[in-house]
Design a protein around this ligand. Sequence first.
Ligand code: NAD
Length: 497
Amino acid sequence: MPTAKKPDFLPQVAEFLSGGPLKAVIGGKEVASSGGQVFETRDPGTGEVLAEVCAMQADDVDRAVRAAADAFADSGWASLAPNDRAVMLHRLADAVVERKPVIAQIEAYDCGKVHAQAEGDVQNFVDTMRYFADLSQHVQYRTALAVAGHEAWSVRLPWGVCGFIFPWNFPFLLAGWGTAPALAAGNTVVIKPAEDTPLSTIYLAHLAKEVGIPDGVINVVPGLGDPTGAALAGHPGIKRMSFTGSPEVGRLVGEACGRNLVPAKLELGGKGAAVIFDDVDVADTVEKLAQAITFHTGQVCCDATRWLVHRSIYEPFVEACVKRLKQVAIGHQMAPDTQMGPVVSEKQRQRVLGYLKRGREEGAELLLEGGQAEVAKCNGYYVKPALLAGSLKNVAAREEIFGPVAYLTSFSDEAEAVALANDTDYGLANSVWTADLGRARRVAEAMVSGNSWINAHNLFPHGVPYGGVNKSGMGGGVLSIETLLDYWRSLSVVRPL
Ligand code: NAD
């Protein structure tokens, strides 16, 4: 199995990590926690500490929200012409391109993300920033309204301070998906990155300052869920909130925002289905689903974790899946041959192993055993891919595991396949696999979720809305014009003639 050498940091990464406990960035300044609290962030591939980070407290979060409010009022960001603001965001994207090796290395080490995938995430951030910067120049900001006896118009205006709380699986990419539309629309932001993976977001705040984005427009407050995240979600100075993470914490954030009457966008978990009909190329479909379930070690909210396979091809399909998943090269995320890295933490590894155990106890058949994986010279958090099968009432088929584990079952016809796919509390993303495009369209539209894919899984072209329904989220999505529109409030003006 691929192993890691001793950390071989780029000089800029070593310099960034060696700067003592890494601080928050508030109003363009580096700020330590008011109480001096710190936490550690580790390399999931070795379990070694990468850096200490300041754990910001409720009063620090308050300072960050006030800095963002001041920047909204005084820095000129909100009143810049959209094309001038877009120039600044393109500058930020340019700087990210220039530092891609640095950011990708920070991200790979902090998340346990395979290095090439971390590079992909950084590029995705760049594409997202450019997409919204460009889109914001093609929106009608002022619309004349044809109303009898009145002169009337409506105007789009930014809200003010927008809060963002992110999870640990795609920290840099999600920082782009979340904040790019808010920034392009003229808002200022306060970001709370996940405590397991705060590094690339702190780096982003430094980069924003370097390229001349005014102080206070992008603030980053690292820390634990409670108090840091809770203080941000419940802060009355926030005008819009965006949370990406688990449904359990999403509820808390939604409740806190509800008390303040602050609109909250919740991007939550998933338990997606892949519906595989009997006319597919089995080898090709197995290859694509094996790649999907092992991508970022299965820690992907929109993954296909329930594989529903037509009865007539079930056995050869299972055989091919087992064979393919046994070949996955598990290793340290920086080792060149690694196909699947570690999960993010020991806690996450225990969660994956716990679901395998509970799934079996509830009667699931073990098609591929999974379990803890050992990687030479790396004391990190490795697991093997696993396949379970049986009733979809099983806990491992109902709850989000967030690891390289798929749950298989068979179906007889289209109606049964759709019913099984929809038998879930979640509703984020599903896929349908068939050579019959008429059937593909029918099934894609019958599945209750935010996203349906045909003969592929995990597709995120910019311009296509991405969001969830039911337990997977509420209040909008990301990556499309709708998302940008969310970051303006509408003001109408009327004068009697
Ligand atoms: P999590 O809900 O445990 O944590 C997410 C964030 O919330 C972290 O920053 C955490 O510190 C913070 N938090 C924790 N307690 C809080 C509280 N009381 N108040 C405010 N903030 C608090 O999720 P996670 O384990 O980091 O991430 C995995 C989850 O994220 C999975 O369910 C996954 O499906 C979901 N996710 C969804 C999407 C999407 O777009 N729908 C994308 C990525 C991840």
